[in-house]
Design a protein around this ligand. Structure first.
Ligand SMILES: [Zn+2]
Length: 584
Protein backbone atom coordinates (compact mmCIF):
# COMPACT_ATOMS: atom_id res chain seq x y z
CA UNK A 1 0.00 0.00 0.00
CA UNK A 2 2.90 2.31 0.77
CA UNK A 3 4.22 1.76 -2.72
CA UNK A 4 0.87 2.55 -4.26
CA UNK A 5 0.62 5.81 -2.29
CA UNK A 6 4.08 6.83 -3.44
CA UNK A 7 3.17 6.23 -7.07
CA UNK A 8 -0.08 8.17 -6.74
CA UNK A 9 1.75 11.10 -5.15
CA UNK A 10 4.18 11.17 -8.01
CA UNK A 11 1.34 11.33 -10.52
CA UNK A 12 -0.24 14.19 -8.57
CA UNK A 13 3.03 16.07 -8.49
CA UNK A 14 3.52 15.67 -12.20
CA UNK A 15 0.00 16.51 -13.30
CA UNK A 16 -0.61 19.24 -10.74
CA UNK A 17 -4.17 18.07 -10.12
CA UNK A 18 -5.68 17.61 -6.67
CA UNK A 19 -7.21 14.47 -5.11
CA UNK A 20 -6.97 11.07 -6.77
CA UNK A 21 -8.09 11.37 -10.34
CA UNK A 22 -10.44 9.23 -12.34
CA UNK A 23 -9.17 6.16 -14.12
CA UNK A 24 -9.65 6.45 -17.86
CA UNK A 25 -9.48 3.55 -20.34
CA UNK A 26 -7.70 3.29 -22.75
CA UNK A 27 -4.88 4.43 -20.47
CA UNK A 28 -2.55 7.39 -20.86
CA UNK A 29 -0.10 7.12 -23.78
CA UNK A 30 -2.19 4.37 -25.44
CA UNK A 31 -1.50 4.06 -29.15
CA UNK A 32 -4.65 3.27 -31.07
CA UNK A 33 -4.95 2.03 -34.63
CA UNK A 34 -7.23 4.34 -36.62
CA UNK A 35 -10.60 2.65 -37.00
CA UNK A 36 -9.89 -0.13 -34.48
CA UNK A 37 -12.68 -0.61 -31.98
CA UNK A 38 -12.31 -0.14 -28.26
CA UNK A 39 -14.42 0.46 -25.17
CA UNK A 40 -14.13 3.85 -23.50
CA UNK A 41 -14.53 3.85 -19.74
CA UNK A 42 -14.13 6.37 -16.93
CA UNK A 43 -14.06 5.08 -13.36
CA UNK A 44 -14.78 7.73 -10.74
CA UNK A 45 -13.32 7.07 -7.29
CA UNK A 46 -16.66 7.95 -5.69
CA UNK A 47 -20.28 8.68 -6.56
CA UNK A 48 -20.68 11.67 -8.88
CA UNK A 49 -23.53 13.80 -10.15
CA UNK A 50 -24.03 13.08 -13.86
CA UNK A 51 -25.27 16.63 -14.40
CA UNK A 52 -21.84 17.95 -13.39
CA UNK A 53 -19.82 15.65 -15.65
CA UNK A 54 -17.78 17.14 -18.43
CA UNK A 55 -15.88 14.79 -20.75
CA UNK A 56 -14.12 16.17 -23.78
CA UNK A 57 -12.05 14.74 -26.61
CA UNK A 58 -9.66 17.34 -28.03
CA UNK A 59 -11.84 20.02 -26.45
CA UNK A 60 -15.15 18.87 -27.97
CA UNK A 61 -17.88 16.96 -26.17
CA UNK A 62 -16.94 13.25 -26.15
CA UNK A 63 -20.35 12.15 -27.46
CA UNK A 64 -19.69 14.10 -30.64
CA UNK A 65 -16.19 12.60 -31.01
CA UNK A 66 -17.40 9.03 -30.44
CA UNK A 67 -20.74 9.42 -32.18
CA UNK A 68 -22.92 8.64 -29.15
CA UNK A 69 -23.27 9.06 -25.40
CA UNK A 70 -21.97 6.67 -22.78
CA UNK A 71 -23.97 4.72 -20.24
CA UNK A 72 -23.74 6.32 -16.80
CA UNK A 73 -23.49 3.85 -13.93
CA UNK A 74 -24.41 5.54 -10.67
CA UNK A 75 -23.15 2.86 -8.24
CA UNK A 76 -20.87 0.42 -10.02
CA UNK A 77 -20.85 -3.06 -8.47
CA UNK A 78 -23.30 -1.65 -5.90
CA UNK A 79 -20.60 0.55 -4.37
CA UNK A 80 -20.35 4.33 -3.98
CA UNK A 81 -18.42 4.63 -7.22
CA UNK A 82 -19.79 5.89 -10.52
CA UNK A 83 -18.62 5.07 -14.02
CA UNK A 84 -19.14 5.98 -17.66
CA UNK A 85 -18.98 3.16 -20.20
CA UNK A 86 -19.16 3.44 -23.98
CA UNK A 87 -18.61 0.21 -25.93
CA UNK A 88 -17.23 -0.35 -29.43
CA UNK A 89 -16.13 3.12 -30.43
CA UNK A 90 -13.35 4.00 -32.86
CA UNK A 91 -11.34 7.03 -33.89
CA UNK A 92 -10.84 7.41 -37.60
CA UNK A 93 -8.51 10.38 -37.75
CA UNK A 94 -4.80 9.94 -36.94
CA UNK A 95 -3.16 12.36 -34.52
CA UNK A 96 -2.91 13.26 -30.85
CA UNK A 97 -6.03 12.86 -28.77
CA UNK A 98 -6.48 14.56 -25.39
CA UNK A 99 -9.30 13.23 -23.21
CA UNK A 100 -10.28 15.38 -20.25
CA UNK A 101 -12.72 14.42 -17.54
CA UNK A 102 -14.22 16.62 -14.82
CA UNK A 103 -16.89 15.70 -12.29
CA UNK A 104 -17.10 19.22 -10.88
CA UNK A 105 -14.45 18.55 -8.21
CA UNK A 106 -11.80 16.32 -9.73
CA UNK A 107 -10.10 16.49 -13.08
CA UNK A 108 -8.41 13.68 -14.96
CA UNK A 109 -6.86 13.39 -18.37
CA UNK A 110 -5.11 10.99 -20.71
CA UNK A 111 -3.40 11.51 -24.03
CA UNK A 112 -3.63 8.94 -26.82
CA UNK A 113 -1.98 8.67 -30.21
CA UNK A 114 -4.13 7.49 -33.09
CA UNK A 115 -2.07 6.16 -36.00
CA UNK A 116 -2.79 5.11 -39.54
CA UNK A 117 -0.84 2.62 -41.65
CA UNK A 118 0.63 2.54 -45.09
CA UNK A 119 -0.92 0.43 -47.85
CA UNK A 120 -1.03 -3.35 -47.47
CA UNK A 121 2.30 -5.04 -48.21
CA UNK A 122 1.79 -8.61 -47.05
CA UNK A 123 -0.80 -11.10 -48.22
CA UNK A 124 -0.34 -13.22 -45.11
CA UNK A 125 1.12 -12.72 -41.64
CA UNK A 126 2.39 -15.60 -39.52
CA UNK A 127 3.31 -14.86 -35.91
CA UNK A 128 5.37 -17.57 -34.22
CA UNK A 129 5.54 -17.41 -30.44
CA UNK A 130 7.99 -19.52 -28.45
CA UNK A 131 6.29 -19.20 -25.10
CA UNK A 132 8.88 -18.31 -22.50
CA UNK A 133 11.69 -18.95 -24.97
CA UNK A 134 14.89 -17.48 -23.53
CA UNK A 135 18.21 -16.84 -25.28
CA UNK A 136 19.57 -19.93 -23.46
CA UNK A 137 16.92 -22.10 -25.13
CA UNK A 138 17.88 -20.75 -28.54
CA UNK A 139 21.59 -21.31 -28.04
CA UNK A 140 21.02 -24.81 -26.69
CA UNK A 141 18.72 -25.62 -29.64
CA UNK A 142 21.44 -24.42 -31.99
CA UNK A 143 24.15 -26.53 -30.33
CA UNK A 144 22.00 -29.68 -30.27
CA UNK A 145 20.43 -29.42 -33.71
CA UNK A 146 23.32 -27.92 -35.69
CA UNK A 147 26.45 -28.95 -33.82
CA UNK A 148 29.46 -26.81 -33.07
CA UNK A 149 33.14 -27.22 -33.93
CA UNK A 150 36.03 -25.22 -32.47
CA UNK A 151 33.57 -22.62 -31.26
CA UNK A 152 31.84 -22.07 -34.55
CA UNK A 153 28.29 -23.28 -35.06
CA UNK A 154 27.88 -25.74 -37.92
CA UNK A 155 24.61 -24.13 -38.96
CA UNK A 156 22.04 -21.50 -38.11
CA UNK A 157 18.56 -21.90 -36.75
CA UNK A 158 15.74 -20.80 -39.06
CA UNK A 159 14.42 -18.67 -36.19
CA UNK A 160 17.74 -16.80 -35.92
CA UNK A 161 18.74 -16.50 -39.55
CA UNK A 162 16.47 -13.64 -40.58
CA UNK A 163 17.28 -10.21 -41.99
CA UNK A 164 15.57 -8.23 -39.24
CA UNK A 165 15.95 -8.50 -35.48
CA UNK A 166 14.93 -6.47 -32.44
CA UNK A 167 14.88 -6.61 -28.67
CA UNK A 168 11.32 -6.36 -27.36
CA UNK A 169 10.40 -5.04 -23.91
CA UNK A 170 7.60 -7.03 -22.28
CA UNK A 171 6.35 -5.19 -19.16
CA UNK A 172 2.60 -4.94 -18.56
CA UNK A 173 0.40 -2.07 -17.38
CA UNK A 174 0.43 -3.38 -13.80
CA UNK A 175 3.90 -4.90 -13.41
CA UNK A 176 7.38 -5.19 -14.88
CA UNK A 177 6.73 -8.95 -15.20
CA UNK A 178 4.12 -10.20 -17.68
CA UNK A 179 2.38 -13.50 -17.96
CA UNK A 180 1.42 -15.04 -21.27
CA UNK A 181 -2.00 -13.40 -21.25
CA UNK A 182 -1.09 -9.74 -21.28
CA UNK A 183 2.08 -10.32 -23.29
CA UNK A 184 0.18 -12.08 -26.10
CA UNK A 185 -2.53 -9.45 -25.79
CA UNK A 186 0.02 -6.70 -26.45
CA UNK A 187 0.96 -8.45 -29.71
CA UNK A 188 -2.68 -9.08 -30.60
CA UNK A 189 -4.09 -5.63 -29.78
CA UNK A 190 -1.27 -3.10 -29.49
CA UNK A 191 -2.43 -2.22 -25.97
CA UNK A 192 -0.76 -2.93 -22.64
CA UNK A 193 -2.75 -4.92 -20.14
CA UNK A 194 -2.41 -6.55 -16.72
CA UNK A 195 -1.34 -10.05 -15.66
CA UNK A 196 -4.09 -12.61 -16.43
CA UNK A 197 -5.91 -10.20 -18.80
CA UNK A 198 -6.29 -10.38 -22.58
CA UNK A 199 -8.08 -8.13 -25.05
CA UNK A 200 -9.18 -5.80 -22.25
CA UNK A 201 -7.97 -3.23 -19.79
CA UNK A 202 -8.45 -4.87 -16.38
CA UNK A 203 -10.96 -2.65 -14.60
CA UNK A 204 -12.09 -2.58 -10.96
CA UNK A 205 -15.38 -4.50 -11.29
CA UNK A 206 -15.73 -8.04 -10.01
CA UNK A 207 -16.86 -9.53 -13.32
CA UNK A 208 -13.99 -10.92 -15.42
CA UNK A 209 -16.05 -10.48 -18.58
CA UNK A 210 -17.12 -6.81 -18.53
CA UNK A 211 -13.74 -5.08 -18.75
CA UNK A 212 -13.12 -2.39 -21.39
CA UNK A 213 -12.25 -4.25 -24.59
CA UNK A 214 -9.72 -3.49 -27.31
CA UNK A 215 -9.95 -5.03 -30.78
CA UNK A 216 -7.72 -7.99 -31.68
CA UNK A 217 -5.66 -8.49 -34.82
CA UNK A 218 -7.84 -11.47 -35.77
CA UNK A 219 -11.00 -9.35 -35.61
CA UNK A 220 -9.38 -6.54 -37.61
CA UNK A 221 -7.93 -8.83 -40.30
CA UNK A 222 -11.30 -10.50 -40.77
CA UNK A 223 -13.39 -7.32 -40.54
CA UNK A 224 -11.18 -5.15 -42.75
CA UNK A 225 -9.94 -7.60 -45.37
CA UNK A 226 -12.00 -10.77 -45.02
CA UNK A 227 -8.81 -12.66 -44.20
CA UNK A 228 -8.79 -16.20 -42.84
CA UNK A 229 -7.60 -16.71 -39.27
CA UNK A 230 -5.52 -19.57 -37.89
CA UNK A 231 -4.61 -20.29 -34.28
CA UNK A 232 -2.24 -23.20 -33.73
CA UNK A 233 -0.65 -24.33 -30.48
CA UNK A 234 0.54 -27.45 -28.68
CA UNK A 235 -0.88 -26.31 -25.34
CA UNK A 236 -4.55 -26.25 -24.46
CA UNK A 237 -6.16 -24.06 -27.10
CA UNK A 238 -7.81 -22.09 -24.26
CA UNK A 239 -4.41 -21.24 -22.77
CA UNK A 240 -3.38 -17.59 -22.62
CA UNK A 241 -1.34 -17.22 -25.81
CA UNK A 242 -3.82 -18.75 -28.28
CA UNK A 243 -6.82 -17.33 -26.41
CA UNK A 244 -5.43 -13.80 -26.52
CA UNK A 245 -5.65 -13.80 -30.33
CA UNK A 246 -9.45 -13.70 -29.98
CA UNK A 247 -10.73 -13.45 -26.43
CA UNK A 248 -11.63 -10.57 -24.15
CA UNK A 249 -11.39 -11.37 -20.46
CA UNK A 250 -9.39 -10.28 -17.47
CA UNK A 251 -9.29 -13.85 -16.19
CA UNK A 252 -7.30 -16.20 -18.40
CA UNK A 253 -8.59 -19.19 -16.42
CA UNK A 254 -12.14 -18.61 -17.77
CA UNK A 255 -11.71 -21.55 -20.18
CA UNK A 256 -15.42 -22.28 -20.72
CA UNK A 257 -16.09 -18.66 -21.71
CA UNK A 258 -12.97 -18.57 -23.89
CA UNK A 259 -14.32 -21.55 -25.87
CA UNK A 260 -17.61 -19.64 -26.26
CA UNK A 261 -15.64 -16.65 -27.58
CA UNK A 262 -13.72 -18.90 -29.99
CA UNK A 263 -17.04 -20.18 -31.31
CA UNK A 264 -18.41 -16.67 -31.71
CA UNK A 265 -15.25 -15.54 -33.57
CA UNK A 266 -14.93 -18.76 -35.64
CA UNK A 267 -11.23 -18.74 -36.55
CA UNK A 268 -10.89 -20.80 -39.72
CA UNK A 269 -8.24 -23.04 -38.18
CA UNK A 270 -8.15 -23.76 -34.47
CA UNK A 271 -5.72 -26.42 -33.30
CA UNK A 272 -4.16 -27.61 -30.07
CA UNK A 273 -5.03 -29.54 -26.93
CA UNK A 274 -7.75 -28.69 -24.46
CA UNK A 275 -10.71 -30.75 -25.72
CA UNK A 276 -11.94 -31.05 -22.11
CA UNK A 277 -13.41 -27.52 -22.10
CA UNK A 278 -15.17 -28.13 -25.41
CA UNK A 279 -17.12 -31.04 -23.97
CA UNK A 280 -19.68 -31.43 -21.15
CA UNK A 281 -19.11 -33.94 -18.36
CA UNK A 282 -21.51 -36.36 -20.06
CA UNK A 283 -19.00 -36.57 -22.91
CA UNK A 284 -15.99 -36.95 -20.56
CA UNK A 285 -15.29 -33.19 -20.70
CA UNK A 286 -15.17 -30.65 -17.90
CA UNK A 287 -17.45 -27.86 -19.06
CA UNK A 288 -19.75 -26.55 -16.36
CA UNK A 289 -22.66 -26.43 -18.83
CA UNK A 290 -24.14 -29.15 -21.05
CA UNK A 291 -22.96 -27.73 -24.36
CA UNK A 292 -20.90 -29.87 -26.75
CA UNK A 293 -18.73 -27.33 -28.60
CA UNK A 294 -17.11 -29.98 -30.79
CA UNK A 295 -20.59 -30.74 -32.13
CA UNK A 296 -21.34 -27.02 -32.50
CA UNK A 297 -18.18 -26.41 -34.53
CA UNK A 298 -18.97 -29.48 -36.66
CA UNK A 299 -22.53 -28.22 -37.23
CA UNK A 300 -21.05 -24.84 -38.24
CA UNK A 301 -19.13 -26.53 -41.07
CA UNK A 302 -15.82 -27.38 -39.42
CA UNK A 303 -13.86 -30.55 -40.14
CA UNK A 304 -12.83 -32.02 -36.80
CA UNK A 305 -9.57 -33.92 -36.22
CA UNK A 306 -8.57 -35.72 -33.02
CA UNK A 307 -5.36 -37.44 -34.16
CA UNK A 308 -2.42 -36.67 -36.42
CA UNK A 309 -3.81 -39.09 -39.02
CA UNK A 310 -7.22 -37.41 -39.08
CA UNK A 311 -5.54 -34.02 -39.27
CA UNK A 312 -3.46 -34.91 -42.32
CA UNK A 313 -6.51 -36.49 -43.99
CA UNK A 314 -8.87 -33.54 -43.53
CA UNK A 315 -6.22 -30.95 -44.40
CA UNK A 316 -5.55 -32.77 -47.67
CA UNK A 317 -9.21 -32.59 -48.71
CA UNK A 318 -9.43 -29.67 -51.12
CA UNK A 319 -12.78 -28.48 -49.76
CA UNK A 320 -11.66 -28.17 -46.14
CA UNK A 321 -11.87 -24.46 -45.33
CA UNK A 322 -12.49 -24.65 -41.60
CA UNK A 323 -10.70 -27.00 -39.27
CA UNK A 324 -10.90 -27.74 -35.56
CA UNK A 325 -8.11 -29.99 -34.27
CA UNK A 326 -8.17 -31.07 -30.62
CA UNK A 327 -5.56 -33.73 -29.95
CA UNK A 328 -5.59 -34.14 -26.17
CA UNK A 329 -7.80 -33.30 -23.20
CA UNK A 330 -5.11 -30.99 -21.82
CA UNK A 331 -1.73 -29.90 -23.21
CA UNK A 332 -0.04 -31.90 -25.95
CA UNK A 333 3.29 -33.52 -25.12
CA UNK A 334 6.60 -32.06 -26.18
CA UNK A 335 8.89 -33.43 -28.86
CA UNK A 336 11.22 -35.23 -26.42
CA UNK A 337 8.36 -37.29 -24.97
CA UNK A 338 6.49 -37.87 -28.24
CA UNK A 339 9.51 -38.87 -30.30
CA UNK A 340 11.88 -40.50 -27.82
CA UNK A 341 10.96 -40.98 -24.17
CA UNK A 342 7.20 -41.73 -24.45
CA UNK A 343 6.58 -40.03 -21.10
CA UNK A 344 3.95 -37.47 -20.13
CA UNK A 345 0.59 -38.11 -21.81
CA UNK A 346 1.96 -39.97 -24.83
CA UNK A 347 0.62 -43.37 -23.77
CA UNK A 348 -2.88 -41.94 -23.35
CA UNK A 349 -2.79 -39.85 -26.56
CA UNK A 350 -0.32 -41.73 -28.80
CA UNK A 351 -1.34 -40.06 -32.06
CA UNK A 352 -0.62 -36.41 -31.28
CA UNK A 353 0.66 -34.40 -34.24
CA UNK A 354 4.00 -32.63 -34.21
CA UNK A 355 3.84 -28.82 -34.42
CA UNK A 356 5.25 -29.11 -37.97
CA UNK A 357 2.31 -31.30 -39.01
CA UNK A 358 -0.11 -28.84 -37.43
CA UNK A 359 1.51 -25.92 -39.27
CA UNK A 360 1.56 -27.77 -42.60
CA UNK A 361 -2.13 -28.63 -42.25
CA UNK A 362 -2.98 -25.05 -41.27
CA UNK A 363 -1.04 -23.62 -44.24
CA UNK A 364 -2.89 -25.99 -46.60
CA UNK A 365 -6.30 -24.92 -45.31
CA UNK A 366 -5.68 -21.21 -44.75
CA UNK A 367 -4.01 -20.61 -48.11
CA UNK A 368 -7.32 -21.55 -49.78
CA UNK A 369 -8.68 -18.15 -48.72
CA UNK A 370 -8.36 -15.62 -51.56
CA UNK A 371 -7.95 -12.69 -49.17
CA UNK A 372 -4.91 -14.08 -47.34
CA UNK A 373 -4.65 -15.07 -43.71
CA UNK A 374 -3.28 -14.23 -40.28
CA UNK A 375 -1.97 -17.16 -38.27
CA UNK A 376 -0.45 -17.41 -34.81
CA UNK A 377 1.61 -20.52 -34.10
CA UNK A 378 2.77 -21.21 -30.57
CA UNK A 379 5.37 -23.67 -29.33
CA UNK A 380 3.83 -23.35 -25.91
CA UNK A 381 5.41 -26.10 -23.87
CA UNK A 382 8.81 -24.37 -23.82
CA UNK A 383 7.34 -22.23 -21.06
CA UNK A 384 5.66 -25.06 -19.16
CA UNK A 385 8.90 -27.08 -19.11
CA UNK A 386 10.95 -24.01 -18.13
CA UNK A 387 8.58 -23.51 -15.18
CA UNK A 388 9.25 -27.13 -14.18
CA UNK A 389 13.04 -26.72 -14.46
CA UNK A 390 12.97 -29.33 -17.23
CA UNK A 391 15.55 -27.88 -19.57
CA UNK A 392 15.91 -30.77 -22.02
CA UNK A 393 12.20 -30.76 -22.84
CA UNK A 394 12.19 -26.96 -23.25
CA UNK A 395 15.14 -27.15 -25.66
CA UNK A 396 13.59 -29.94 -27.75
CA UNK A 397 10.44 -27.83 -28.18
CA UNK A 398 12.61 -24.90 -29.26
CA UNK A 399 14.03 -27.18 -31.97
CA UNK A 400 10.44 -28.08 -32.88
CA UNK A 401 9.58 -24.39 -33.23
CA UNK A 402 12.61 -23.98 -35.47
CA UNK A 403 11.41 -26.86 -37.67
CA UNK A 404 7.97 -25.26 -37.95
CA UNK A 405 9.52 -21.93 -38.92
CA UNK A 406 11.82 -23.53 -41.51
CA UNK A 407 8.86 -25.33 -43.09
CA UNK A 408 6.94 -22.06 -43.21
CA UNK A 409 9.88 -20.17 -44.72
CA UNK A 410 10.16 -22.79 -47.47
CA UNK A 411 6.41 -22.51 -48.08
CA UNK A 412 6.60 -18.71 -48.27
CA UNK A 413 9.61 -18.74 -50.59
CA UNK A 414 7.77 -21.04 -53.02
CA UNK A 415 4.98 -18.43 -53.16
CA UNK A 416 7.29 -15.53 -53.90
CA UNK A 417 7.69 -14.28 -50.32
CA UNK A 418 4.30 -12.60 -49.95
CA UNK A 419 4.14 -13.44 -46.25
CA UNK A 420 5.42 -11.56 -43.21
CA UNK A 421 6.95 -14.05 -40.77
CA UNK A 422 7.64 -12.96 -37.19
CA UNK A 423 9.27 -15.12 -34.50
CA UNK A 424 9.52 -14.10 -30.87
CA UNK A 425 8.99 -15.07 -27.26
CA UNK A 426 6.19 -13.54 -25.21
CA UNK A 427 8.29 -13.17 -22.08
CA UNK A 428 11.59 -14.47 -20.84
CA UNK A 429 12.46 -17.21 -18.39
CA UNK A 430 15.52 -16.60 -16.22
CA UNK A 431 17.48 -19.51 -17.67
CA UNK A 432 21.16 -19.43 -18.40
CA UNK A 433 23.56 -21.77 -20.12
CA UNK A 434 26.48 -21.89 -17.69
CA UNK A 435 28.48 -24.86 -18.94
CA UNK A 436 28.16 -28.61 -19.08
CA UNK A 437 27.54 -31.41 -16.59
CA UNK A 438 30.45 -33.83 -16.92
CA UNK A 439 28.90 -37.02 -15.72
CA UNK A 440 31.29 -39.78 -16.73
CA UNK A 441 30.85 -41.96 -13.65
CA UNK A 442 33.12 -44.64 -15.07
CA UNK A 443 36.20 -42.45 -14.76
CA UNK A 444 35.41 -40.42 -11.64
CA UNK A 445 32.86 -42.38 -9.60
CA UNK A 446 33.35 -40.61 -6.30
CA UNK A 447 32.93 -37.00 -7.31
CA UNK A 448 29.64 -35.32 -6.32
CA UNK A 449 27.50 -34.16 -9.26
CA UNK A 450 27.72 -30.54 -8.28
CA UNK A 451 31.48 -30.76 -8.61
CA UNK A 452 30.98 -32.15 -12.11
CA UNK A 453 29.50 -28.91 -13.42
CA UNK A 454 32.12 -27.78 -15.90
CA UNK A 455 32.49 -24.02 -16.23
CA UNK A 456 34.71 -21.91 -18.49
CA UNK A 457 37.29 -24.18 -20.18
CA UNK A 458 36.03 -27.18 -18.20
CA UNK A 459 32.66 -26.84 -19.97
CA UNK A 460 34.18 -27.77 -23.30
CA UNK A 461 31.53 -29.07 -25.70
CA UNK A 462 28.67 -31.51 -25.06
CA UNK A 463 28.64 -35.00 -26.58
CA UNK A 464 25.04 -35.52 -27.68
CA UNK A 465 24.71 -37.90 -30.63
CA UNK A 466 24.51 -36.30 -34.07
CA UNK A 467 20.99 -34.96 -34.66
CA UNK A 468 18.47 -36.86 -36.76
CA UNK A 469 16.92 -35.35 -39.91
CA UNK A 470 14.65 -33.18 -37.73
CA UNK A 471 17.54 -31.84 -35.66
CA UNK A 472 16.97 -33.95 -32.56
CA UNK A 473 19.77 -35.96 -30.90
CA UNK A 474 18.34 -39.40 -30.03
CA UNK A 475 19.52 -39.20 -26.40
CA UNK A 476 19.77 -36.53 -23.74
CA UNK A 477 21.34 -38.68 -20.99
CA UNK A 478 24.85 -38.37 -22.39
CA UNK A 479 27.97 -38.02 -20.25
CA UNK A 480 28.57 -34.36 -21.12
CA UNK A 481 25.30 -32.43 -21.13
CA UNK A 482 24.39 -28.79 -21.29
CA UNK A 483 24.04 -27.20 -17.85
CA UNK A 484 21.14 -24.75 -18.03
CA UNK A 485 20.15 -23.35 -14.65
CA UNK A 486 17.27 -21.11 -13.66
CA UNK A 487 17.80 -18.03 -11.52
CA UNK A 488 14.30 -18.32 -9.99
CA UNK A 489 13.86 -21.38 -7.84
CA UNK A 490 11.40 -23.00 -5.50
CA UNK A 491 12.88 -25.38 -2.90
CA UNK A 492 13.64 -28.51 -4.89
CA UNK A 493 16.07 -31.40 -5.33
CA UNK A 494 18.61 -30.67 -8.04
CA UNK A 495 19.56 -33.99 -9.64
CA UNK A 496 21.75 -32.55 -12.42
CA UNK A 497 20.17 -35.21 -14.62
CA UNK A 498 17.54 -35.20 -17.38
CA UNK A 499 14.19 -36.69 -16.35
CA UNK A 500 13.80 -39.74 -18.57
CA UNK A 501 10.42 -41.02 -17.38
CA UNK A 502 8.15 -37.99 -17.14
CA UNK A 503 8.58 -34.19 -17.08
CA UNK A 504 10.20 -32.88 -13.91
CA UNK A 505 7.98 -32.25 -10.87
CA UNK A 506 10.19 -30.08 -8.68
CA UNK A 507 7.64 -29.45 -5.92
CA UNK A 508 4.57 -30.83 -4.20
CA UNK A 509 2.00 -29.09 -2.00
CA UNK A 510 3.48 -27.89 1.30
CA UNK A 511 2.05 -28.43 4.79
CA UNK A 512 0.58 -24.92 4.88
CA UNK A 513 -2.22 -24.19 2.42
CA UNK A 514 -1.03 -22.38 -0.69
CA UNK A 515 2.63 -23.31 -0.23
CA UNK A 516 4.96 -25.76 -1.93
CA UNK A 517 7.94 -27.83 -0.84
CA UNK A 518 10.61 -29.89 -2.55
CA UNK A 519 9.36 -33.12 -4.11
CA UNK A 520 10.85 -36.06 -2.18
CA UNK A 521 10.55 -38.19 -5.32
CA UNK A 522 14.05 -37.04 -6.30
CA UNK A 523 15.60 -37.15 -2.82
CA UNK A 524 17.34 -40.48 -3.31
CA UNK A 525 18.52 -39.93 -6.87
CA UNK A 526 22.31 -40.46 -6.55
CA UNK A 527 24.02 -37.08 -6.34
CA UNK A 528 20.81 -35.06 -5.76
CA UNK A 529 21.13 -32.03 -3.51
CA UNK A 530 18.37 -30.06 -1.78
CA UNK A 531 18.49 -26.59 -3.25
CA UNK A 532 16.79 -24.01 -1.04
CA UNK A 533 14.83 -21.73 -3.31
CA UNK A 534 14.86 -17.96 -3.66
CA UNK A 535 11.13 -17.60 -4.38
CA UNK A 536 8.27 -17.23 -1.90
CA UNK A 537 6.88 -20.58 -0.68
CA UNK A 538 3.63 -19.89 -2.58
CA UNK A 539 5.54 -20.52 -5.84
CA UNK A 540 5.83 -24.18 -6.79
CA UNK A 541 7.85 -23.57 -9.94
CA UNK A 542 10.29 -21.24 -11.62
CA UNK A 543 8.80 -17.90 -12.72
CA UNK A 544 8.94 -15.55 -15.70
CA UNK A 545 11.56 -12.83 -15.85
CA UNK A 546 11.44 -9.30 -17.17
CA UNK A 547 14.31 -9.20 -19.65
CA UNK A 548 13.66 -8.20 -23.25
CA UNK A 549 12.91 -10.98 -25.73
CA UNK A 550 14.33 -11.48 -29.22
CA UNK A 551 12.15 -10.78 -32.28
CA UNK A 552 13.27 -11.90 -35.74
CA UNK A 553 11.37 -11.14 -38.93
CA UNK A 554 11.38 -11.56 -42.69
CA UNK A 555 9.06 -10.84 -45.56
CA UNK A 556 7.05 -7.76 -46.54
CA UNK A 557 6.83 -5.27 -43.68
CA UNK A 558 9.65 -6.85 -41.67
CA UNK A 559 11.93 -3.82 -42.14
CA UNK A 560 10.06 -2.15 -39.28
CA UNK A 561 11.64 -4.70 -36.94
CA UNK A 562 14.87 -3.27 -35.58
CA UNK A 563 16.54 -1.89 -32.49
CA UNK A 564 14.70 -1.62 -29.19
CA UNK A 565 10.94 -2.08 -29.39
CA UNK A 566 7.96 -2.28 -27.05
CA UNK A 567 5.71 -5.34 -27.20
CA UNK A 568 2.79 -3.16 -28.33
CA UNK A 569 4.81 -2.21 -31.42
CA UNK A 570 4.71 -5.82 -32.65
CA UNK A 571 0.99 -5.30 -33.27
CA UNK A 572 1.84 -2.14 -35.14
CA UNK A 573 4.27 -3.98 -37.43
CA UNK A 574 1.50 -6.45 -38.30
CA UNK A 575 -1.15 -3.76 -38.73
CA UNK A 576 1.16 -1.85 -41.02
CA UNK A 577 2.09 -4.88 -43.13
CA UNK A 578 -1.61 -5.59 -43.62
CA UNK A 579 -2.51 -1.94 -44.22
CA UNK A 580 -5.26 -2.21 -41.61
CA UNK A 581 -5.67 1.57 -41.38
CA UNK A 582 -4.49 2.67 -44.80
CA UNK A 583 -5.78 6.06 -45.94
CA UNK A 584 -8.14 6.51 -42.98
ZN1 LIG B 1 4.67 -19.21 -18.10
Amino acid sequence: MVKRFAVTSLVVLLSGSSLSAQTIYPIDRAEILAGAQFDFKVEFPDRVDPAKLKVTVNGADYAAAFGRAATFIDREDGKDQSALVLRDVALAKPGSVAVEVSDGTRNGSVAWTVYETGPRKARNVILFIGDGMSPAHRVAARILSKGISEGKSLGKLAIDDMPHMALVATAGSDSIITDSANSASAYATGHKSAVNAMGVYADRTASPLDDPKVETITSLAKRRHGMAIGIVTNTEIEDATPAAMVAHTRRRAAYDEIVEQFFAAKPDVLMGGGSANFLPSAAAGKRRDDVDYVAKFRDAGYQVAKTAGELNAVAAKSDTRQLLGLFAAGNLDGALDRKFLKGGGVKKFPEQPDLTEQVQAALNVLSRNEAGFFMMVESGMIDKYAHLLDMERAVYDTIMLDNAVRLTRDWARARGDDTLILVLADHNHPNSLVGTVNDDMSTTPNVALRERVGVYEKAGFPNYPAPDAEGYPSRVDVSRRLAIFSASLPDHYETFRPKLDNPNEPTVKGEEAGTFKANDKYKDVPGAVLRPGNLPAMMGASVHSGEDVILTAMGPGSERVHGSMDNTEVFRVIADALGLAAGQ
